[in-house]
Design a protein around this ligand. Structure first.
Ligand SMILES: Cc1ncc(COP(=O)(O)O)c(C=O)c1O
Length: 388
């Protein structure tokens, strides 16, 4: 596909044109039309809060949920909005059954917040977190085998990323999950980056044994910040107990009753999710957008690799619209300090402090183009980064 033909220029986004945005993966970014929708919803709410919450809110949530469920190929009766993937994973983990001596399997690419959650959860239950090393360069066969080999009779819960945060790896879930499903394990997938970056079919993932799938709408789907989702095929123990714990309160669906309303909140981001899906659909189909962004991130990565040198860390087929690239830090500089220097120079993208090998992570969405590699490389050189 012609990369330029499916694009949404930066002037149609709320993003500043004065910054080079190469980090859609961390905090997303919104088309202006989506921000306008959220602002209108917020204005309606603030104009008459009781009318809004009592008369309009639940039908609006149900409609937004139905749109998102159709987009994700997920059952609406198992889908709830949450503020973000961190909340979604935490809710899923709180809902899992664990006992003393159980093992929880993760990889060394697991998102730090999730690993932290698991360390506390394991301590509460007397369980143990088993971290499976998945070395770079990434080899899907090694990854599949390492997870299978680490699974024991004590394994009770497996928590995997769909796309890893520090290393941008698309995990081969279709190969990893069937044996775990066949052992009857609880499987939680952290899909923080997947919706809007991949062709996502949560029905197919459920068939592979996924018990809980948490994701974000405010990353690649381009909704305003503080909207994520949780799809729960298992029982749910909400982190916050609210009115919905009373059988007589709320809709018949008890998952919706318990998790739609967890106290007064700003529903504008969640109710703007259909507008975000529509804004992207006005550019191209989801598959075309995913293919375009995938091709673009490969082109950006290749330009950086050609300039700085370094090895390709992940096969193209195991990437979505993000890529991590090895760099050598200038003397006496940390990954965090270099990230800050890039921010001050007008570039949003993270330098990841990966053990033994700092990584630059780039993201490609509809406002990015391949020519952004040159100013990035020039600035990296100015900051003392001369090698991959
Ligand atoms: C793999 C992964 N999980 C969870 C999160 C947390 O997302 P949020 O901050 O929206 O909760 C991120 C954020 O980048 C992530 O990369």
């Amino acid at each position: 596909m012609d990369l330029a033909s499916a694009a949404l220029p930066i002037d149609q986004w709320a993003l500043s044109p004065d910054v080079v945005h190469l980090n859609h993966g961390s905090y997303g970014g919104c088309p202006r039309s989506v921000i306008e929708t959220a602002t209108e919803i917020r204005a309606q709410l603030e104009a008459a809060p009781m009318v809004f919450y009592k008369l309009h809110w639940q039908p609006l949530v149900d409609r937004a949920r139905a749109t998102l469920a159709a987009f994700l190929h997920a059952p609406a009766d198992q889908l709830v909005f949450v503020p973000n993937a961190t909340h979604g994973v935490a809710t899923a983990l709180a809902s899992c059954t664990l006992a003393a001596g159980d093992e929880i399997l993760i990889t060394d690419h697991t998102y730090r917040a999730v690993r932290n959650q698991l360390v506390r959860l394991a301590a509460t239950h007397g369980a143990r977190v088993v971290v499976v090393p998945v070395p770079l360069p990434f080899d899907p066969d090694q990854c599949v085998a390492a997870i299978a080999d680490a699974t024991t009779t004590r394994t009770r819960l497996v928590v995997l990323d769909h796309l890893t945060s520090p290393t941008a790896i698309l995990m081969p879930l279709e190969r990893i999950l069937p044996p775990l499903r066949d052992r009857g394990l609880q499987i939680v997938i952290d899909g923080a980056h997947a919706a809007g970056q991949l062709d996502l079919d949560l029905g197919a993932l459920r068939a592979l044994g996924v018990t809980y799938y948490a994701g974000n709408n405010h990353k690649w789907l381009c909704a305003p910040k503080s909207t994520g989702f949780l799809v729960a095929a298992g029982p749910i123990r909400p982190l916050v107990t609210s009115h919905g714990a009373s059988a007589e309160y709320g809709p018949d669906n008890r998952l919706h009753a318990e998790l739609d309303w967890v106290g007064t909140y700003d529903p504008a981001p969640q109710l703007s999710v259909p507008a975000a899906i529509a804004a992207l659909a006005a550019v191209a189909t989801p598959s075309q957008i995913h293919a375009r962004n995938h091709a673009l991130v490969l082109a950006l990565r290749d330009r950086v690799l050609a300039d700085l040198g370094g090895t390709q860390l992940v096969p193209d087929a195991a990437l979505g619209a993000m890529a991590a690239i090895t760099i050598t830090l200038p003397p006496n500089t940390t990954a965090g300090a270099l990230t800050d220097q890039l921010l001050r120079a007008g570039f949003e993208l993270p330098i990841v402090d990966w053990p033994g090998q700092p990584l630059l992570r780039i993201s490609a969405h509809l406002y990015n183009d391949v020519h952004q590699a040159e100013p990035l490389l020039a600035t990296l050189r100015e900051l003392g980064v001369t090698r991959g």
